[in-house]
Design a protein around this ligand. Structure first.
Ligand code: HEM
Length: 517
């Protein structure tokens, strides 16, 4: 609908309580009734520089542009200034950002990359559109109300037409013969496709939400897929990949985290060998509150064994309130004499350590993809804020101290992405066995560095946003969430220090014995 044409003089007549118009980006808003409801108060709108005037600069120094897109505020539009056009371009779903360094170089015009082909680009486009049009709003709502992702989102991700859930397990036979989101052929799907998808999904900017969005599946389902016994394996795989059921990985305990060998949950075999009885507790289980199945690490007579435990008698989950939202469904679980059939054993009896360790590299690499991209999102937020926020009569970008911070932030995200792409290229060109022996150290160092960088970027971003970086709503909401939750990546999937140490211990094994300085 076209808006009525108005002159600035006409707008200037409406400059008092009960009769109040303002211009924002050439659009005239009637705030007469809204002023009393304005979250920033009525007084600021009656200021001589605002009432009846062009308030574009002051508006964008205080609000995100998305405020103006909300239907309840869009209704306040009554006209457009004669002969002028909107200067602020609202991105369409699927658009690439035009802010420098907001996209990795492979998505930046004029840059080339040896790693990505048309199929990666087509997947990127499809996921970006889905995130912009659906996932972002769902993530923001759930971060606020603490609930898990909506049924529509879960259905879409599990749909046979998109196969998003299946893609999140990485390349493999489970994708063969399938047509994937963005028209990608299952056989063509490689680690770069997975990187693209993971990096696009984190743009929904809900850290707890993201973990609740089948994060448990990414780590809990591979042991079933790779070590499960038929027919249970296929049944659970189909149920979880279609989003009908939810699974999580239950390893860590109040007694043991990174020290997997120190687990205390026990599994005892019945005399006839047909069942196992499980007793113990698990803590910090991502998605545990939503789960129908748990992939559980247990102490058995000769070591560790992994079992698939369905929710049922003797299984109880309690919500743990962590620093990110309860949308993640983080649970404390108690197993009280839970009896399961022997067919639910995943991998060999007492051979559970291998089952658990076998997915560690992939899990850590996925976390690097997410961490590097969310750090970049924060850099984009900072660049935009510094360009539109005026202090002492100039944009923040005019302050050398701010530019110095931005320089290091940009350099860090560029370095992380380049290293990540290099590691991903190696993954595409190594067998699983080669990856285990050559890349465990690289991936451990990369994750350690990505999360260190996140911590530094989070810290700088808050300094740049000031109080807004500590406020859950409004301008700094993404920065606030990032600084509050970036630590999850530094702890989950192997603590920063443990990973650094792992990398060095791995290299020690390969140090040449016949060489001296
Ligand atoms: C169409 C017109 C406007 C709408 C719909 C609107 C809406 C809002 C909303 C939703 C907030 C809460 C914070 C957020 O979500 O970003 C807010 C805060 C605020 N608004 Fe407005 N606003 C409008 C115009 C203005 C103008 C012209 C000024 C000029 C002074 C102003 C000053 C403020 C202030 C000072 C705050 C508090 C900001 C903070 O807490 O950091 N608003 N406004």
């Amino acid at each position: 609908m076209s808006l009525k044409s108005m002159t600035r003089d006409e707008v200037a007549q409406h400059n008092k309580a009960g009769d109040l118009w303002v211009i924002i980006d050439s659009i005239v808003y009637d705030l007469s009734k809204f002023a009393r409801l304005h979250p920033g108060g009525a007084g600021v709108l009656l200021d001589a520089e605002v009432a009846g005037k062009d308030a574009t600069t002051v508006f964008f120094g205080l609000h995100r542009h998305e405020v103006l897109l909300k239907p309840q505020y869009k209704r306040l539009q009554i006209g457009q200034i004669e002969g002028s056009k909107r200067k602020i371009k609202v991105p369409e779903p699927g658009d690439l950002s035009r802010v420098p360094y907001a996209e990795p170089t492979w998505l930046t015009p004029a840059f080339k990359s040896p790693y990505y082909n048309d199929s990666h680009r087509s997947l990127q486009k499809a996921v970006r559109e889905f995130v912009d049009s659906t996932l972002y709003a769902d993530a923001q709502a759930c971060e606020e109300n603490g609930k898990r992702a909506s049924a529509e989102v879960l259905k879409f991700m599990g749909d046979a037409k998109t196969n998003i859930n299946a893609m999140r397990l990485g390349p493999g036979k489970h994708l063969h013969g399938k047509e994937l989101f963005g028209g990608v052929k299952g056989e063509d799907f490689d680690y770069f496709h997975e990187l693209v998808m993971t990096q696009e999904l984190v743009r929904a900017a809900g850290r707890g939400y993201a973990d609740g969005l089948n994060g448990g599946m990414v780590i809990g389902l591979p042991p079933v897929m790779n070590f499960g016994q038929e027919p249970l394996r296929t049944k659970v795989l189909n149920e979880v990949l279609s989003s009908e059921k939810v699974i999580s990985l239950a390893i860590s305990e109040a007694f043991a985290g990174s020290d997997v060998a120190g687990l205390r949950t026990t599994a005892v075999k019945s005399e006839d060998g047909k069942t196992w009885t499980i007793n113990g507790t698990k803590k910090w289980i991502t998605g545990g509150m939503h789960s129908d199945y748990f992939t559980v690490g247990c102490r058995t007579e000769g070591g560790l064994t992994v079992f698939l435990v369905p929710r049922g008698e003797g299984v109880e989950t309690k919500q743990i309130k962590t620093s990110y939202s309860t949308a993640a469904g983080t649970a404390y679980i108690t197993f009280d004499n839970v009896v399961i059939p022997a067919e639910n054993m995943l991998g060999p009896e007492d051979g559970g350590l291998l089952v658990i360790l076998s997915n560690f590299n992939h899990e850590r690499w996925v976390m690097c993809c997410g961490s590097a991209r969310s750090s970049r999102l924060v850099v984009e937020e900072c660049l935009q804020w510094c360009a539109q926020r005026y202090v002492f009569g100039k944009p923040l970008l005019a302050q050398p101290v701010i530019r110095q911070k931005l320089a290091f932030m940009i350099a860090k995200v560029e370095a992380m992405q380049a290293w990540l792409e290099n590691v991903t290229y190696q993954m595409c060109n190594m067998s699983y066995k080669q990856q285990s022996s050559n890349l465990a150290g690289q991936i451990a160092f990369l994750k350690m560095m990505c999360t260190r960088v996140s911590a530094e970027i989070g810290d700088d971003a808050v300094q740049i946003f000031g109080g807004r970086g500590l406020t859950k709503t409004g301008m700094g909401k993404l920065v606030e969430q990032f600084q509050r939750t970036q630590k999850f990546d530094a702890i989950l999937g192997g603590a920063e220090e443990v990973l650094g140490d792992l990398g060095v211990r791995q290299l020690m094994r390969k140090m040449p014995k016949d060489q001296r300085l």
